[in-house]
Design a protein around this ligand. Structure first.
Ligand code: ADP
Ligand code: MG
Length: 701
């Protein structure tokens, strides 16, 4: 028989018949012996440490205690019958309870004897106790007390348990697998890298993650396996980036021309922030190289991304190209169009807008001007993607709020030119650095991490339901000053009906509690036809209504500078990034703005932390870090196709340092040996061809 290795099907293990193999495949996606070895324990019973009774608390997963059994009696009758023991060490005593095997335990346990006890401390009737602890008689002459190991615990499922594959069963299979194939496991990372980062070998790591001798061995194993996960994602990402640059010739924007200069010297109404200047410079350098640019600009709401995009588009125009800017909604496209026209003036460029509601006549003009090259900059919605829209020479595509568009939509724009246009995508959802490096690691990333000077930071307060009148007071003052107010209700996922109920109850409450004679309300919710939504939004934008009552459907990026108050009802139901996005709707004018977070009087620990974070800071990047810590990457939008979710051990919230280490290592490798042609990198080259980390590589280009 051929030698068994990690790619040998799981059926080859003793005791794994067709049925067990089947359930392992279906429940855990374990097909091969290797898959099994990469099915790691989710925790360990730590039998290496002992705790004193005084140190026990209910947060402990389990604890091991050395002490004496000083009492044991049966209490209760029939179904309430149980065995209760008293257990004591020099720091205190604690109760033990068993509901089953009472007769057996009465025979085998001896009052007066010293035991090693293991179990989970829990609270019962106000004091700590152990239910069904494991008890092992202490042997004073044995070399060690108890079995001093870390016992692996694997997660299992109901189906697996039917086939004796509870944690213990899985452990036995792993043990067998290790005995058979451990010596055939070969290294996946070159030795020089392992040495440089003081990482243990792969076989060592795999053995130790399942059966660690001690905590130190376990941490070394975890570090090594996490490094592998992060390292290979980065290797793929950076390789991909390198290939893109080699593959796609880009337009060369050599000149800083007249239009850019006229705008910069004569029209720009404010000094650029240093962050804006830096990003413009990055774009400028990118578009000179002759390779196609794929750049992501991250910047908090209000950081001034639009003017950066405009200046990039002027580069394109000055170099004989056309540019377009695509926004996810008609309102946003319209706002960009009006805003850019205002900034630019009428004479620098020919700027037009194309959306679903552009008239047939205007459309014809646009098509014609695009094809004969007289239209310089086109702003629009998805309408830009249509096949009928043909450019003479499209040099730059800007996509606002990129997460709202699919890969395919972006790719279509990209194909609108024989030489692919440079791509600049902008996002107002700050994400932590670790996520960005992994989700967009194959793009160049620019960060605008500075707000224009002179902005008044939004004041955020948190009111409990009991202080609702204070919230009404603030509303009344601001409306009296001529300002406008948003009131946002949460979207209840489980029930759209409930959504509407909340909103309606809120409205009714408002009309009773808030009798101002001449204010008007706009209402927007998810159940409305798009046309009505637009109409209501427009009334608010034009200032015809003073209050906008809405579920979260109010548009990202909508700009109503006169709105100065954002009230978020049931704010404890919102995620942090959503709260931050909503707050960004105000603070756009010269006036002081406010965000009021209303919540019920009872808050979960996490809910409280979210609201406290909002009150403490306006910094979107800081907020996104807290969000990542609280929720993990899986719940943060956009992570689904990024490969992050395939990480088994590495955690982007807590492994920032290791990720940076992995990425820097890969950057250094490519710098030294771009084609991975040196013998010491041969392993990496092979792995790259083989490994599939499940990442969507076609992201932007
Ligand atoms: P966002 O990054 O959210 O898209 P915008 O580009 O809409 O932000 O900019 C928000 C507002 O700030 C706009 O009114 C814009 O004109 C203004 N702005 C942009 N940059 C500056 C600056 N450097 N100084 C002052 N105001 C600026
Ligand atoms: Mg914007």
């Amino acid at each position: 028989m051929a030698e068994l290795t990690h790619i040998t099907p799981i059926e080859y293990l003793k005791g794994v018949g067709p049925q067990k193999a089947d359930v392992l495949k279906k429940e855990l996606q374990i097909f091969t012996i290797g898959d099994l070895l990469h099915y790691y324990p989710f925790r360990y019973n730590d039998r290496t440490q002992f705790h004193k009774i005084r140190e026990l608390n209910t947060d402990m997963y389990a604890a091991q205690v050395l002490g004496r059994l000083i009492g044991l009696q049966e209490v209760g009758e029939k179904r309430a019958k149980r065995l209760v023991g008293q257990f004591k060490d020099e720091t205190g005593s604690i109760e033990l309870v068993w509901f089953q095997s009472i007769t057996f335990l009465q025979k085998s346990l001896q009052v007066g004897q010293v035991y090693v006890l293991y179990g989970k401390p829990s609270e019962f009737n106000g004091h700590l106790s152990f239910t069904h602890p494991e008890m092992e008689a202490y042997q004073p002459h044995a070399k060690q007390i108890g079995n001093q190991t870390l016992q692996p615990i694997y997660s299992s499922t109901e189906k697996l348990k039917k086939f004796n594959l509870e944690s213990k069963g899985i452990q036995k299979l792993v043990q067998q697998a290790l005995e058979i194939v451990l010596r055939t496991i070969t290294e996946e990372v070159p030795t020089y890298i392992l040495q440089k980062h003081a990482l243990v070998s792969l076989p060592q790591a795999i053995l130790a993650i399942h059966f660690p001798q001690n905590q130190q061995e376990l941490s070394q194993a975890i570090k090594r396996l996490k490094f592998d996960e992060l390292f290979y994602i980065q290797l793929k990402l950076l390789r991909n980036k390198q290939l893109n640059t080699q593959k796609f010739r880009g337009q060369v924007f050599n000149a800083i021309g007249e239009k850019f200069n006229t705008f910069y010297n004569e029209r720009l109404p404010f000094p650029l922030t240093n962050a804006q200047k830096r990003v413009i410079k990055e774009i400028r350098l990118d578009t000179k190289t002759g390779a196609q640019m794929n750049r992501l600009v991250q910047g908090d709401v209000g950081s001034g991304k639009t003017v950066v995009a405009l200046m990039a588009m002027l580069f394109a125009v000055d170099n004989g190209c056309q540019a377009c800017l695509m926004a996810p909604t008609e309102i946003l496209a319209q706002q960009h169009y009006t805003g850019l026209q205002e900034l630019l003036g009428a004479d620098i460029c020919n700027l037009k807008i194309l959306t679903g509601s552009t008239s047939a006549k205007q459309r014809r003009i646009i098509h014609e001007e695009l094809e004969n090259g007289t239209l310089d900059i086109l702003i629009g919605t998805h309408a830009l993607i249509e096949d009928k829209v043909k450019f003479k020479n499209l040099g730059l595509v800007v996509i606002d709020e990129q997460h709202r568009f699919g890969v395919e939509q972006r790719a279509k724009l990209w194909r609108k030119n024989t030489i692919p246009p440079h791509m600049l995508v902008m996002t107002a959802t700050p994400i932590p650095r670790t996520l960005a490096m992994t989700m967009y690691g194959d793009l160049d990333i620019s960060v605008i991490d500075e707000l224009p000077a002179g902005r008044k930071p939004i004041k955020t307060v948190h009111f409990f339901e009991s202080s609702r009148l204070r919230m009404f007071g603030l509303m009344r003052e601001e409306i009296a000053k001529g300002r406008q107010v948003y009131i946002v209700f949460p979207l209840i996922k489980e029930s759209e009906k409930l959504d509407l109920l909340y909103l309606e109850a809120g409205l009714e409450n408002l009309q009773v509690e808030f009798p101002l004679p001449d204010y008007r309300i706009s209402i927007v919710h998810g159940k409305m036809p798009a046309k009505d939504k637009d109409f209501e939004m427009q009334r608010f934008v034009k200032g015809e209504t003073q209050i906008m009552v809405a579920t979260t459907v109010i548009e990202v990026g909508v700009n109503v500078p006169n709105a100065s108050v954002m009230i978020i009802e049931n704010s404890e139901r919102f995620g942090l990034s959503q709260l931050h996005q909503l707050r960004g709707r105000v603070g756009r004018g010269a006036e002081q703005s406010y965000c009021v977070l209303m919540s019920s009087n009872k808050l979960s620990k996490e809910g409280r932390l979210r609201l406290e974070t909002m009150v403490r800071t306006n910094d979107g990047f800081e907020i996104s870090e807290v969000d990542l810590q609280l929720r993990g990457p899986g719940d943060i939008s956009g992570t689904q196709q990024s490969g992050i979710l395939d990480l088994k051990l590495a955690n982007l919230a807590t492994d920032q340092a290791l990720l940076a280490e992995a990425r820097e290592t890969v950057i250094a490798i490519f710098k030294e040996d771009p084609e991975l042609s040196s013998p010491e990198n041969a392993l990496l080259k092979r792995q790259l061809q083989r490994k599939n980390t499940g990442i969507a590589w076609d992201k932007i280009s």
